[in-house]
Design a binder for this molecule. Structure first.
Ligand code: GCW
Length: 721
């Protein structure tokens, strides 16, 4: 799928020289599209030698967007305007499709450019009539826009542009953000302010930010956005709102971004005046068909629907005794004439069933494989519970041969410190994407499921639950921008390495100074593991406080639903701790392919990082290190707090090397994170200790508060819940 030839590691030529003075202020608004002037004279001169003038051919809103970006980006980076030419001369940056430029056409002799499809691009250095030139091309205008962003990235990350030969195309078709944004602008699990969408002033007022949002997404290849919360409100499907949605779609369209909406299954009742939403009833079918027609009259390239049905109180086909397939197909048929898709979420677990929650989605959907219309994708969270700091991959990846399964990652940090803790999530994404499902033997990794190559899916997709709000810096925590960036990069190339993505992002967003890069890389690359260690090491999960999910709450029990409590998941008692998902327990291991069933199912071979996910383990069980389980648990929790302190020390060393504004912001947040990590560690260990009855080894700093103290911590009014 991927034919990317440039490698940041290979072609970095210019290192050193900080681009930022410590007195600089940067509020983070520009994200990774800062285009600060290149300060290193020799680098700048080399670039200016190669790019002396520009030609952009073609006429379309997308080409205009590409032209605006390249002119703005280059003049900002160069500190001088680059002249726009009509004819090719020495040092020309020639941009266009083979159709719009006869010179470019000459290189491809009338053929479309194979290997880059209809969204990819090619960037190459070449000669035209004796002049050295650089070409950015694609088969489509949006391919060119992506190429322009890639080219600007080369300059922003100070790579050589002398001998370019780059071809790149996306590995996944539908690359989306999911906004859990409500119509009152509150964002479910959103921590970066209110929703960007100002429904009350749309469609008349177009906030300039909408365009910057589109630019940022296009720069990482995101081509779709679901505007509304999966806990859906049917009102968004009324004409009053469709007009507003259409206005947003108009802003996003030049940037290759389609809009999607969440469909509330009971909409025919709530806004249509019907008595039922039964998917097999004629009037319900008609209602959705008409609704789709109406939506497309407002938004001709509307992407389709995302649906959460029969999950956590949302209505769905099962209310009428119908299956998920019958529900999904109803909507799929309605949007099919217009090339729309339906993304039907597999995040379901029943109120009534006593079955292990981790097993329920598979049990529900596996029997429906092959029963869906061909424009339905099943959207599956990365793990079988719910975006925990660490989960094994969801067993539905690999289980659905005939129905496309798409990925849902959470970019917003619901369980990983929200907008306060520094957590770079790409290592989590990478771990999941590279997990081998063994669906067709060794080498059946999750990324091959979602890029469609394993089962030849006709549609492929990936979605990230957005962490964006109207905070000036978009994502709350300054480093959280990296998670938005990484989601886009992995959607484009699901095999990309999290560390390379981080390096690019640091270079563009902070500095090309090697010391800054090295330091920030170390902090970012350890941050997710640190977060696992101080919250839920060794496969523990769902130990967070009730409702807001921010702090610790391993003692949570006796709530209306057992599977919303921590005790349900830790199963801590005098004999040990952990959830038995082997044959003697819930047998969730049987949902995986062999050899994983056996590997996970055997306490001796189960990876220790998932041990308590799959096993109830005695407190004095001997771990590979020689420690007992209790000692190992203590060791991990203390390692977690040490790692955060290490992150803090490293960050402090950046003072004066990056701008003061963001330096101080992260510095302050890290102080809170250290405090919180200690709270997590102490609270969890003190609680588990009531069962293990073993001491926290003396070599560790002992908790300075009692369990009762931690149990009384009551955070009120946290955002997002
Ligand atoms: O992660 C959980 C959240 C809910 C969310 C749900 C889901 C939108 O706590 O707030 O609801 O999952 O993914 O549907």
């Amino acid at each position: 799928m991927k034919t990317k030839i440039s490698s940041i590691a290979l072609s970095i030529i210019f290192l050193g020289l900080a681009d930022c003075k410590s007195s600089d202020k940067d509020d983070g608004y520009r994200l990774w599209l800062r285009y600060d002037q290149i300060e290193n004279e020799s680098v700048l001169n080399d670039y200016k030698q190669i790019i002396q003038n520009i030609i952009v051919t073609g006429e379309s809103p997308t080409i205009f967007a590409a032209r605006e970006e390249i002119l703005y980006g280059l003049s900002a980076l160069f500190g001088a305007e680059v002249p726009v030419n009509k004819e090719v001369k020495e040092g020309c940056l020639l941009i266009g499709t083979p159709e719009s430029s006869s010179v470019i056409n000459g290189y491809f002799k009338g053929d479309t450019i194979s290997a880059i499809g209809n969204e990819g691009y090619s960037i190459f250095s070449t000669q035209s009539e004796g002049y050295k030139i650089t070409v950015i091309t694609g088969n489509t205008d949006v391919g060119i826009l992506y190429g322009v962003f890639h080219f600007l990235k080369l300059l922003q990350t100070r790579q050589s542009i002398a001998e370019l030969n780059i071809a790149s195309k996306p590995g996944i078709q539908n690359r989306l953000l999911n906004h859990w944004d409500n119509l009152d602008r509150k964002v479910e699990r959103g921590y970066a302010g209110f929703s960007l969408w100002k429904w009350n002033t749309l469609p008349d007022y177009i906030d300039p930010r909408y365009k910057d949002y589109a630019r940022a997404n296009a720069s990482v290849g995101i081509n779709g956005t679901v505007l509304t919360n999966v806990n859906a409100n049917a009102q968004v499907l009324t004409p009053e709102y469709l007009e507003k949605v259409a206005a947003l779609a108009d802003v996003f369209r030049p940037y290759g971004i389609r809009v999607y909406l969440t469909a509330r299954f009971s909409a025919p009742i709530e806004i249509g005046g019907l008595r039922t939403a039964d998917p097999l009833q004629k009037n319900v079918i008609e209602w959705w068909n008409n609704k789709a027609k109406e939506i497309y009259s407002y938004i001709p390239d509307f992407g389709g629907f995302l649906v959460k049905a029969n999950s956590e109180g949302q209505p769905g086909p099962q209310n009428y005794g119908r299956s998920h397939a019958e529900g999904a197909n109803l909507l799929a048929r309605a949007v099919k004439p217009y090339n729309g898709i339906v993304m039907w979420r597999a995040f379901v677990y029943s109120n009534e069933e006593p079955e292990d929650r981790a097993k329920q989605a598979y049990n529900e959907f596996k029997p429906l494989d092959g029963k869906f219309e061909d424009n339905v994708l099943i959207q599956v969270k990365n793990g079988p519970i719910d975006f925990q700091p660490r989960e094994p991959f969801h067993p539905l990846f690999g289980a659905m041969e005939q129905t496309p399964v798409m990925m849902e990652f959470q970019v917003t940090q619901e369980y990983l410190g929200q907008d306060i803790h520094l957590t770079y999530l790409a290592p989590l994404y990478e771990e999941c994407l590279h997990s081998d499902t063994y669906a067709k033997g060794t080498g059946s990794e999750v990324f091959k499921v979602i890029n469609g190559s394993l089962f030849n899916y006709n549609e492929t997709g990936i979605a990230g639950v957005s962490n964006i709000g109207d905070d000036r810096n978009w994502c709350g925590h300054p480093i959280a921008q990296a998670n938005w960036y990484a989601l886009g990069q992995l959607a484009w190339d699901p095999e990309a390495a999290s560390q390379e993505i981080a390096e690019e992002w640091i270079r563009m967003t902070y500095s090309n100074n090697q010391e800054v890069i090295d330091t920030m890389l170390k902090i970012m690359m350890i941050s997710r593991e640190a977060g696992v260690n101080y919250r839920t090491p060794l496969g523990l999960h769902h130990q967070m406080a009730w409702h807001h999910h921010y702090g610790p709450g391993p003692w949570i029990k006796d709530k209306p639903r057992a599977d919303w409590t921590s005790a349900y998941y830790n199963k801590a008692d005098e004999t040990g701790i952990g959830f038995d998902r082997t044959k003697t327990g819930s047998n969730a291991v049987s949902q995986y392919f062999s050899p994983l069933t056996e590997l996970f199912g055997n306490i001796e071979t189960c990876p220790e990082e998932l041990l308590l996910w799959f096993h109830h383990v005695p407190w004095n069980y001997k771990m590979k290190s020689g420690n007992t389980l209790w000692e190992e648990l203590c060791m991990k929790y203390y390692q977690g707090t040490d790692q955060v302190r290490e992150m803090q020390t490293k960050w402090n060393s950046l003072e004066g090397k990056i701008d003061d504004e963001r330096f101080k912001h992260v510095q302050s947040l890290l102080k809170i994170q250290v405090r919180d990590a200690i709270e997590w560690r102490n609270a969890c260990l003190l609680y588990y200790q009531t069962f293990s009855k073993m001491p926290i080894p003396e070599k560790y700093e002992q908790p300075d508060q009692t369990l009762e103290y931690y149990m009384k911590v009551d955070r009120k009014y946290l955002p997002g819940s």
